[in-house]
Design a protein around this ligand. Structure first.
Ligand code: DLL
Length: 432
């Protein structure tokens, strides 16, 4: 039984009609309230009256993260500051933070979107959910928090910081749900094993996201903890967590299309690509008041399908993320995504998904070293075994990436664990 049948199971025609009406409203709102959008539309000769329905969306110009930075902090807000009840910000790795703002209604819609996802993942009001995303300017903690409250579940606002305490409370409170990054959940699973309490946990569902992860990693988490793990996607510029997530069939992430209109474009030509083809995901918000975004280029690479899902939902589904158009590494002319390394390692089965890629340039030639954590036993046994494993991983990585890498096997826990987003790449080439 789907909780929000009216919103998630409407026909494609009904959805298009709803999106059209909402887009027209949004375009009018930004044209009249945000100088940046008005100027941008005038530059390409578009007036609000030219946008009559969702099919006209391609007439509108794209927006990027740089536009948000250039208008730091509040320049793209479409309501008076007094209407904004909360701001979040992402620090990013370069330049100024990007600041996002929400009206009361935006916050309510956000909470509902996250609640729909928690419900889709099988959580109900009887559940006790630990939220172990960072609370604060990052949207993860508060986003999941209000979503879980909206569902009516009991929220334990753990944030990040103390894994043993989290596990103790997981046991004492009999927590049945957890929301955190997938890499942190793996670390939690390791610690649960070390504490010898795997049989005592009551956990049944995890809602993980905020960073790229593979299907293999999702399955590993499910197996290690004996739970269902779901993928939740979102970005601060569009709302935060809750833009899309996967149902029990795990065949792509359902987009809340009544609030966010997805497009997939080729990052080089900026032309739309056909359903099923991989490209960059672009979102237009359809109901946001505080910070509406028009054709925002997420840089996330995925594909889309409009086929009805086995679960009964009719909303568009995006595939698990292939990486970002900007986290793609070009090593010796070959495009490499960290997720390819993770998938290859997990498929092999003899290592953990804890790895670090170190890219360098020596005598004008790119080098790639991959540090991979392997089980303790490989270090106590004969050196030959270690060499064999390293050779095997080298072969698997070569097959997966199309380039050779130096493999360095390291002991368990020697690669730093992150409670926030995991870092998998150190690029020393200073290419930018
Ligand atoms: O990471 C919001 C979020 C919080 C999502 C908690 C899910 C759970 P930002 O910090 O703005 O917002 O980062 C957004 O993170 O463009 C993707 O590149 C990446 N990302 C988020 N979720 C996923 C996911 C939050 N499920 C950026 N799979 C996005 C892959 C993800 N990448």
């Amino acid at each position: 039984m789907i909780w929000n049948e009216a919103k998630e199971c409407m026909s494609r025609d009904e959805m298009a009609a709803l999106q059209s009406a909402r887009l027209v409203k949004t375009v009018n709102r930004v044209y009249h309230n945000v100088e940046f959008y008005r100027k941008k539309m005038q530059k390409v000769g578009i007036e609000p009256g030219d946008i009559k329905g969702i099919e006209d969306i391609t007439k509108l110009p794209y927006t990027t993260k740089a536009d948000l930075r250039d208008n730091y902090p509040f320049g793209l807000f479409a309501v008076p500051k007094s209407e904004i009840v909360r701001v979040h910000a992402s620090s990013g790795t370069t330049g100024k933070a990007t600041v996002v703002g929400y009206t009361r209604r935006d916050i309510d819609i956000w909470a509902e979107c996250v609640a729909r996802i928690l419900y889709m993942a099988g959580l109900r009001r009887e559940d006790i959910i630990q939220v172990a995303y960072g609370y604060g300017l990052f949207t993860g903690g508060l986003g999941l928090h209000y979503g879980a409250e909206n569902l009516g579940a009991t929220v334990v606002p753990m944030s990040t910081g103390n894994t043993k305490k989290l596990i103790t409370m997981m046991l004492d409170f009999e927590a049945t749900g957890i929301a955190c990054t997938p890499s942190y959940l793996l670390h939690i699973a390791e610690t649960i094993k070390e504490m010898g309490v795997r049989d005592q946990i009551k956990l049944k569902t995890a809602v993980c996201g905020a960073e790229p992860w593979t299907e293999q990693m999702r399955l590993q988490i499910e197996e290690e903890l004996g739970i269902n793990a779901h993928d939740i996607y979102g970005l601060s510029e569009i709302m935060g967590p809750g833009v899309a997530a996967d149902c029990e069939f795990h065949k792509g992430l359902h987009v809340h299309e009544d609030h966010f209109f997805p497009e997939i474009i080729a990052p080089d030509t900026l032309e739309p690509v056909a359903p099923g083809e991989v490209g960059e995901l672009v979102f237009t918000t359809l109901t946001k008041e505080g910070l509406p975004m028009i054709r925002y280029r997420t840089k996330d690479l995925t594909s889309i399908t409009y086929d009805k899902c086995e679960c009964g939902r009719t909303t568009a589904r995006i595939s698990r993320f292939k990486g970002r158009s900007d986290d793609m590494l070009v090593i010796r002319g070959v495009n490499v995504f960290p997720s390819q390394v993770e998938a290859a390692l997990l498929e092999m089965g003899e290592t953990t998904p804890h790895y670090m890629m170190i890219v360098d340039r020596v005598n004008n030639l790119d080098t790639l070293e991959i540090k991979v954590e392997v089980e303790e036993k490989f270090f106590t046994d004969e050196i030959k075994q270690l060499e064999q494993l390293s050779k095997k991983i080298g072969h698997v990585i070569h097959q997966a990436l199309g380039i050779q890498a130096k493999i360095t096997l390291v002991e368990p826990k020697s690669i730093e664990r992150s409670m926030g987003k995991a870092v998998h790449v150190i690029d020393n080439r200073n290419l930018v």
